[in-house]
Design a protein around this ligand. Structure first.
Ligand code: MRU
Length: 377
């Protein structure tokens, strides 16, 4: 595409999404979430007064996306501490709420460790709870900063790979402000490209079965004034064949030590398509998503969700209420396969963009060096 095709963007800077906040009404501290199962129809808050409520919110995907799960898990431990619940038990419940996104366990353990460290130094319950909250807030802030740095590295990488051009980018699932303390991971890169006036179009996979692309990414793209188009997941192949995709940008839920990436189911087929069509396939994720304790992709536990999410078109409210009540689209009792994530091997990934820099080619050694660098800061 020639330079003159790059148009000035219509950049709407909408108010920040009220994704997650700590509040202290007279009845006691609470964690307030934007209920993502109700978007885009309604912006409704979900108030969690205790850890079981937060666990339900995590399982139903009212709060979701790897970095935000880490932040929510951290605040969940702080909530347990502030309300005088058993912190060890609360941490266990939170960590087990969903298995794939490593950030959840990271956030929970980090805040639980801060609580224990304070208690170990003789702090009383209130002081230890304050230490836990301070740690959750620090994690929240760090994630916002990481998001900005990933956007910088990601746009620089696109310029390096596709110099002097405007881009048509394809994304899957939802990776914007709804999953982050900042503007997100992959979506934050697209947003920066848009602000530079270089985003020709964001192709948004609808992301069956729970439609994070259609419900959430399209919602965020529209709020930002981006040029975007929604497509069914299975339409991506013909889009590549038509030469309409310049790069794929996705997030990650867990990156194994060998560079394999777990992300929303449907990511792996996109990586195969990208390889065949010689299109860069770029993963954008903070270093908190890297799990050096999981040696390879095949060891990552992939969450299996209810088949009902496949056999029924579930309205968001029903998801929020625990599923069911959707429009039935399969014979009664039809068995269904519903993994929430899939694994993309490193050889299909052009680059992994983190807040500490870019790894390309993607190798275990490159990942280990980057993680060593990030733990020194
Ligand atoms: O099941 P979800 O909606 O929590 O899955 C989210 C994703 O797969 C995102 O792509 C991933 O968390 C990366 S967001 C930084």
């Amino acid at each position: 595409m020639a330079d003159q095709d790059v148009h000035s963007p219509v950049v709407n800077e909408p108010p920040a999404l009220p994704v997650l906040r700590w509040d202290e009404p007279p009845e006691g501290p609470v964690l307030v979430l934007l209920d993502q199962t109700r978007l885009p129809a309604e912006e409704v808050e979900l108030v969690c007064t205790d850890v079981p409520a937060l666990v339900r919110a995590i399982r139903s995907l009212a709060v979701r996306g790897a970095p935000l799960l880490g932040i929510a898990g951290g605040y969940g431990v702080a909530l347990a501490a502030a309300r005088g619940y058993d912190v060890v038990e609360a941490a266990g419940l939170l960590e087990r709420a969903r298995p794939t996104a490593v950030n959840l366990g990271y956030g929970v353990r980090r805040v639980a460790t801060a609580y224990r460290a304070a208690a170990g130094k003789g702090a009383g319950p209130e002081e230890a709870a304050a230490a836990a909250l301070a740690e959750a807030r620090a994690l929240h802030r760090e994630d916002a900063l990481a998001s900005g740095r990933m956007a910088e590295y990601g746009t620089a990488l696109l310029e390096e790979l596709l110099p002097g051009r405007g881009y048509q980018l394809l994304t899957h699932c939802n990776t914007g402000a709804l999953v982050s303390g900042g503007e997100g991971t992959a979506f934050a890169v697209a947003l920066r490209v848009h602000r530079q006036g270089r985003l020709r179009r964001l192709w948004v996979d609808e992301t069956r079965p729970l439609l994070q692309g259609a419900r959430l990414t399209a919602y965020e793209a529209a709020r930002s004034g981006m040029a975007y188009s929604l497509l069914t997941d299975s339409a991506a192949g013909s889009l590549f064949a038509a030469g309409e995709v310049d790069a794929v940008l996705i997030g990650a839920d867990r990156i194994a030590a060998d560079g394999s990436v777990a992300n929303k189911v449907g990511s792996y087929p996109l990586a195969v398509l990208a390889k065949y069509h010689h299109v860069p396939f770029i993963v954008v994720a903070p270093t908190t998503t890297v799990d050096m304790n999981t040696a390879e992709g095949t060891s990552i536990i992939v969450e299996q969700r209810s088949g009902q999410e496949v056999t029924e078109l579930t309205p968001p409210r029903a998801v929020s209420a625990g599923g069911g009540g959707g429009m039935v689209v399969a014979p009664l009792g039809a068995p269904a396969y519903n993994p929430a994530f899939d694994i993309t091997p490193p050889e299909l990934i052009t680059a992994i963009v983190t807040e500490e820099g870019v790894i390309s080619p993607v190798t275990g050694v490159g990942l280990a060096e980057l993680c060593a660098r990030s733990s020194q800061v």
